[in-house]
Design a protein around this ligand. Structure first.
Ligand SMILES: NC(=O)c1ccc[n+]([C@@H]2O[C@H](COP(=O)([O-])OP(=O)(O)OC[C@H]3O[C@@H](n4cnc5c(N)ncnc54)[C@H](O)[C@@H]3O)[C@@H](O)[C@H]2O)c1
Length: 249
């Protein structure tokens, strides 16, 4: 993407780790200027403008977006990537946990988008990319709460795309399969047999391995680029074929 993102002013939430950090790398490599919003900015790319904020807190989100718009001279691109996980069936989590995960994965995305929209409108041609998940489109065991939040992200992607198309703002999402990030590392570490758990997750994806964060980032870099100017209200699966393919030996 070298040079194809020249002039873009991008914000990436959750940009200090995993998929978000890879998105920051890809956008910088394409020539964009990039800001990170993360609740823990350690590990953020040194060339990115990092602002510590929790997307669960509206005032800190608004302050972060204001600081970024001042630093970059505006915002054309928002990547809503920050998210948290939850495990178990619908019986596993109490009301408080349902509200906590929704508050980050869904309402957090809304808070950042709401704060950024005036800047995106002013940019003339802008885009939002949401990090959704295979969990929005396939039924995965032990992921009831997490899947519900990502289903909401998919629906919001379409609704926001409809609302903002005529304002010059495209809205899309990426749906990663299981990706090799610190988050999945933590999940594997907590399993009884981490090697067996990793093998099971790799086998679940038709291409036989975990998705890399850089592969997800490449899809995001395309979606925010001028090459995707006619692409809105849709999702790109980066899942090794997990959603759509049925292989046989
Ligand atoms: N790793 C996977 O297999 C996978 C698959 C599909 C979708 N996703 C999605 O990708 C996104 C990134 O996941 P990852 O695997 O890179 O995780 P990660 O834990 O490595 O990174 C997430 C980042 O988001 C930040 N964050 C979390 N809550 C925050 C909050 N309230 N305010 C501000 N920042 C916050 C964290 O500090 C961290 O830097 C998430 O939305 C996740 O749902 C991940």
């Amino acid at each position: 993407m070298t040079g194809q993102l020249d002039g873009l002013r991008a914000v990436v939430t959750g940009g200090a780790s995993g998929i978000g950090a890879a998105i920051v790398d890809a956008l910088l490599a394409g020539g964009a200027r990039v800001a990170v919003i993360d609740r823990a900015t350690d590990g953020s790319h040194p060339d990115a403008f990092a602002v510590q904020a929790d997307i669960g807190d509206d005032a800190s989100v608004r302050a972060a977006i204001d600081a970024i718009a001042a630093e970059l001279g505006g915002i054309d691109t928002l990547v809503n990537n920050a998210g948290i996980g939850a495990q178990g069936t619908v019986e596993a989590n109490d009301d408080e946990e349902w509200h906590r995960v929704y508050d980050v994965n869904v309402v957090g995305l809304v808070r950042v988008s709401r704060a950024a929209l005036p800047h995106l409108r002013a940019a003339g041609a802008a885009s939002i990319v949401n990090t959704c998940s295979i969990a929005a489109t396939a039924g995965l065991p032990q992921r009831a709460l997490y899947s519900a939040t990502k289903g909401a992200v998919l629906a919001l992607t379409r609704a926001m795309a409809a609302d903002h198309l005529r304002e010059g703002i495209r809205v899309n999402c990426v749906n990663p399969g299981t990706a090799d990030t610190p988050w999945v590392g933590r999940l594997l570490d907590s399993a009884d047999d981490p090697a067996a758990e990793r093998a099971a997750l790799e086998a679940r994806q038709p291409h036989g391995r975990l998705v890399s964060a850089a592969e997800v980032a490449a899809a995001v870099a395309y979606l925010v680029s001028p090459a995707a100017s006619s692409t809105t209200g849709t999702s790109i699966a980066v899942d090794g074929g997990m959603q759509n393919l049925r292989l046989r030996d």
